[in-house]
Ligand binder design. Structure first.
Ligand SMILES: NC(=O)C1=CN([C@@H]2O[C@H](COP(=O)(O)OP(=O)(O)OC[C@H]3O[C@@H](n4cnc5c(N)ncnc54)[C@H](O)[C@@H]3O)[C@@H](O)[C@H]2O)[C@@H](O)CC1
Ligand SMILES: Nc1ncnc2c1ncn2[C@@H]1O[C@H](COP(=O)(O)OP(=O)(O)O)[C@@H](O)[C@H]1O
Ligand SMILES: [K+]
Length: 550
């Protein structure tokens, strides 16, 4: 897992490195940051020798990094134009120190410094230089940016973006592209206004990933992202901050999803009860069941309203289907039968295609309050439970709710604008208030643990998955993951389900293309993506039998 930090957490980390017991000199951290950019960007662009590079340096420490970069790439054979947007006396002492060194390297050929702090920018000359250059380095604003870009940075950003759109100029951002909010991924301006963010091809970020690099629209501005640890002391890299959030890695999933024990039996892999569907949405119920099957579930039972059953029975032999009650949707009195069955189930999942009848709400509430296993709630089950915070809270952390943003907005009462402004904050606030495990689906999906309040952000998935039915598959997947006997807890199971769901989507995009792969095709790809994890999967230590004894 990689930490996903806010600007405040980065400031705390930097401060602890420099002024705590480790006493790393500020100028050394800045040196390491600048050197990391010069070195990593060199690999990306194929060498500095003979290149014309323009570095824009803001008035904060992001600008200070730019001075270090200029020195390294001049030495590597590039011609650098350094636009210094701040005034010397206003820089931090470490930035001043690096700028003084750069002044000594100034010449007319390989290091040309433009002092914009004291004089106006010659825009015509800048545009010509941009046309003649191959690389731009954006060291204008980093984690200190908030709000909307102000002049002259907004105009500099506009000319960079214009030049990059018109040529094959490569834009490298230092720490985070200028105009992207580190905490949320919100960006400066809007399309109508002219103070939008820098669009980079590559971003080299320092110490920890920033949340703004993985949430849209900031993610679109960052391009290829590399993390450099810049010599931060190891305990600070591992230290858990208040308000933690993590970026899931493939290695996390392969550690959790251990190979099936050679002597496991179907009981080891759980009995999944999927109780859902209504007259015109049998497909959602079948897809949820198929998602569970493809995740290696021991047994999958599908319970649907009796009038839906004819559409489900016999469609897929491994799914055991039974119609309940007499109607086309579930009503409270249907619940008693499920409660008796549920005693042998590992998990209960409800919601996909369940319909919004008020009677069905009573059925769901009866089941939740008369069972003890983990419960996965999606789609219509969530719509029906809107306003039932107190009811849900009393069942503690055995519930997983999997809303998409619109369902989440209805359920929580938070507006869509409020949620999008800071998705991690909204997800954590809701999980704490309702005391549930939350899977807030989107691009990217955020998972919050009821027990710890930690947030996990999923790196897999793509827009080919933006079609009806994908969430139904996920419901079954999470249910199945919850039931494997090796799964440590239900929030972990949800994270594994979400990661594999996105990975299977990525597999389909790579093999079928971005348009038109189906939820069932995605589900069919799950075994393949699990086997690709296989190489890295943690292998339980093999106990060699001692033949004949010692
Ligand atoms: N020791 C450290 O603290 C380290 C910091 N580093 C760099 O320092 C950066 C953070 O430095 P700072 O905290 O100085 O912040 P920045 O360099 O990101 O920017 C701060 C300046 O931006 C201005 N600003 C904020 N919003 C603006 C807007 N909308 N329009 C125009 N100007 C705006 C502020 O007034 C302030 O002067 C990091 O992103 C990283 O690049 C690296 O050198 C590594 C070590
Ligand atoms: N652009 C995207 N990038 C990554 N994942 C996506 C994207 N669009 C949708 N998804 C994923 O696809 C699934 C869609 O679920 P949902 O909206 O509940 O679909 P449905 O209810 O129709 O089954 C979610 O897991 C979501 O994270
Ligand atoms: K930057």
């Amino acid at each position: 897992m990689q930490k996903l930090n806010t600007a405040t957490q980065m400031r705390q980390m930097d401060h602890a490195a420099m002024y705590g017991e480790y006493a790393v000199a500020p100028a050394i951290l800045m040196e390491n940051a600048g050197h990391a950019v010069a070195e990593r960007a060199e690999k990306y662009i194929g060498g500095w020798l003979g290149k014309d590079v323009i570095i824009f340096c803001g008035k904060g420490n992001n600008g200070g990094d730019g001075f270090v970069i200029a020195r390294h790439i001049q030495a590597a054979g590039a011609r650098v134009y350094v636009y210094v947007l701040g005034c010397f006396q206003d820089y931090s002492s470490e930035s001043r120190q690096h700028l003084e060194t750069l002044f000594k390297l100034e010449d007319r050929e390989t290091c040309i410094i433009v002092r914009c702090g004291d004089e106006n920018i010659d825009w015509q000359l800048l545009k010509h230089r941009l046309q003649d250059s191959q690389i731009v380095i954006d060291a204008m604003l980093g984690t200190g940016f908030h709000g909307n870009l102000r002049e002259p940075i907004s105009s500099v950003t506009a000319v960079i973006n214009e030049a990059a759109a018109a040529s094959d100029l490569t834009v490298i951002a230092v720490d985070i592209p200028t105009g992207v909010d580190s905490d949320t991924g919100a960006v400066s301006g809007s399309q109508e206004e002219e103070n939008g963010p820098v669009f980079a091809d590559m971003t080299i970020t320092f110490g920890a990933l920033k949340r703004g690099l993985v949430f849209y629209p900031g993610r679109l501005c960052a391009g290829h992202v590399e993390l450099d640890l810049i010599g931060m002391p190891a305990p600070l890299l591992k230290k858990s901050e208040d308000d933690p959030a993590y970026w899931l890695q493939e290695s996390d999933i392969s550690e959790i999803l251990v190979p099936r024990s050679p002597d496991s039996h179907k009981g080891s892999h759980g009995t999944i009860g999927i109780v859902t569907g209504c007259s015109d949405m049998a497909g959602a119920a079948l897809m949820a069941a198929h998602g569970a099957v493809r995740c290696g579930a021991g047994k999958v039972f599908l319970r649907v309203p009796s009038q839906t059953a004819p559409y489900c029975i016999g469609r897929q032999p491994e799914i055991m289907v039974r119609g309940i009650g007499n109607g086309s949707f579930f009503i409270e009195k249907d619940a008693e039968y499920i409660v008796s069955e549920c005693r042998s189930w590992s998990v209960l999942a409800m919601g996909p295609g369940m319909g919004k009848n008020r009677e069905t709400k009573k059925f769901i509430q009866y089941l939740i309050s008369h069972t003890e296993c983990p419960v996965v709630l999606d789609a219509d089950a969530l719509n029906l439970l809107t306003g039932e915070q107190n009811f849900i809270r009393s069942f503690g952390n055995r519930i997983i709710m999997t809303p998409h943003l619109a369902e989440f907005s209805r359920l929580s009462g938070y507006s869509l604008g409020e949620i999008r402004k800071d998705i991690i904050y909204a997800a954590k606030r809701f999980a704490a208030a309702w005391h549930v495990n939350l899977v807030l689906k989107g691009a990217p999906t955020v998972i919050v643990s009821a027990k710890t309040g930690n947030a996990y952000v999923n790196p897999t998935g793509n827009s080919g998955m933006a079609c009806g039915g994908m969430g139904d598959i996920l419901t079954g997947m999470i249910a199945a993951m919850t039931a494997h006997e090796t799964m440590p807890d239900i929030c972990t199971a949800a994270s594994v389900g979400v990661y594999l769901h996105g990975a299977a989507g990525d597999y389909c995009r790579n093999h079928v293309g971005q348009y038109g792969f189906t939820p069932m095709e995605l589900a069919d790809a799950i075994p393949k993506v699990i086997s690709q994890l296989g190489e890295a999967m943690a292998v339980p230590r093999l106990q060699h039998p001692m033949i004949g004894g010692r």
